[in-house]
Design a protein around this ligand. Structure first.
Ligand SMILES: [Mg+2]
Length: 395
């Protein structure tokens, strides 16, 4: 079998109300799908992360650089193709957008191998489990959403059967060195540190003591602010503390992890095995959070998970984009002995809930089964593609 083409699909959904985490303003959900075509008619599907960026930036890497590398090649040689894609660009980018682009192609290659061997991808990867436990990921900032409204929102997830929920903290312009100051819409839906404590307290009261609560600061804080905040929030029984400090501040994150009993989780904003090696080996995280559409595909994320396992650490991937990101990460998570928990975005996004003919759904007991079909095991809903497809994302 030979690769005959690599193509992309650009999608964009604009929710009625913009949302924000500590530093990122999100008025839209841009999505970049990747298709790898073969001479046997099998087409592999993947997604390349595009968080906050223009879709054309990552698309140019895929169509201009990676496509040329994989054309005419055997799609089963994923390790070799991954290495060629990464090595040929090494003078210009070893992390960031290059890894996002490689991720999209890599996932599509694994989908091809699964389809060609008539095997669900997670079974090809070792099938540690057949179902995942989902956690509700939401609790963003939005205009007019006060602590009471947030508590009502998150209480609803607990009522629907989620045993773990996660909310955002850190959108604090009063905090020194908060990257928020340099970001788009840095006056949107702000909170003081004290108000953030109140937000966490209100959510804990709404969900009760039996539901696990994680908080996510999206790189907003310095180590001292993170430690001080968590000492105040400690009585609220925080299950994990996600991305407390800047991604590059590995020593700072290790200090936060050392000082606190609450596990530090991260860093979705890191890419590549070498980046995760630093986080893991230097004990900057207690929970490791790669993402197959961002970190470098399934190939690279499996190595990250193995490294985490060697250090006795669990892997709870970042999953926050289209249904393709969800299903690709699901296959990966199901293959891991040190995984099992699935991030399930609760914000409205038809690119997650309507992209497949059979949507990924959470059972009333909070679990999600893996599909028993070859490869990723999904069929795209063409009407959803037609509705949200954009030819140009640059305004
Ligand atoms: Mg996060």
């Amino acid at each position: 079998m030979r690769i005959t083409d690599v193509t992309t699909i650009k999608l964009r959904y604009e929710p009625p109300l913009a949302m924000a985490d500590a530093i990122h303003y999100m008025p839209e959900r841009p999505t970049l799908l990747v298709q790898v075509h073969t001479d046997e008619g099998i087409v592999g599907l993947g997604e390349a992360a595009a968080y906050g960026g223009f879709l054309e930036s990552t698309e140019a890497l895929i169509l201009g650089e990676l496509r040329r590398t994989v054309l005419g090649q055997d799609p089963f040689r994923i390790e070799r193709l991954w290495s060629m894609m990464a090595t040929r660009a090494h003078q210009r980018g070893r992390r960031g957008m290059l890894m996002m682009a490689i991720s999209g192609v890599d996932i599509a290659l694994w989908d091809i191998v699964g389809q060609a061997t008539r095997t669900p991808l997670y079974r090809l990867l070792g099938a540690y489990r057949d179902t995942l436990d989902a956690y509700a990921s939401a609790g963003f900032y939005a205009v007019g959403k006060d602590a009471a409204a947030l508590a009502e929102e998150v209480g609803g997830y607990a009522a629907r059967g989620f045993k773990t929920v996660k909310i955002k903290v850190g959108r604090n312009p009063d905090v020194m060195l908060n990257p928020l100051h340099d970001m788009h819409a840095n006056d949107y839906a702000l909170a003081t540190l004290e108000e953030d404590i109140e937000r966490v307290r209100a959510v804990r009261a709404a969900i009760g003591p039996g539901v696990r609560l994680a908080i996510d600061a999206n790189n907003a804080w310095t180590p001292s602010v993170a430690i001080r905040f968590m000492r105040q929030a400690e009585a609220l029984d925080i299950h994990w503390f996600e991305e407390p400090v800047a991604t590059e501040d590995v020593d700072g994150s290790a200090e936060v992890a050392r000082q606190l009993d609450v596990p530090v989780a991260g860093y979705e904003t890191e890419t590549g095995l070498a980046g995760f090696r630093e986080l893991i080996a230097r004990r900057a995280v207690d929970i490791v959070q790669p993402d197959v559409i961002w970190t470098g595909g399934i190939t690279e994320c499996r190595k990250v998970a193995a490294l985490a396992q060697a250090h006795g650490l669990p892997v709870i991937p970042h999953v926050f984009s289209s249904a393709v990101a969800s299903i690709a990460n699901m296959h990966y998570i199901a293959s891991l002995p040190n995984g099992g928990l699935l991030e399930f975005d609760q914000n409205p996004n038809p690119l997650r809930s309507e992209l497949f003919e059979e949507p990924i759904t959470v059972s009333p007991d909070g679990t999600v089964p893996l599909p028993n079909r070859p490869g990723l095991g999904v069929r795209i809903n063409q009407a959803t593609i037609d509705r949200y497809r954009v030819e140009r994302h640059i305004p």
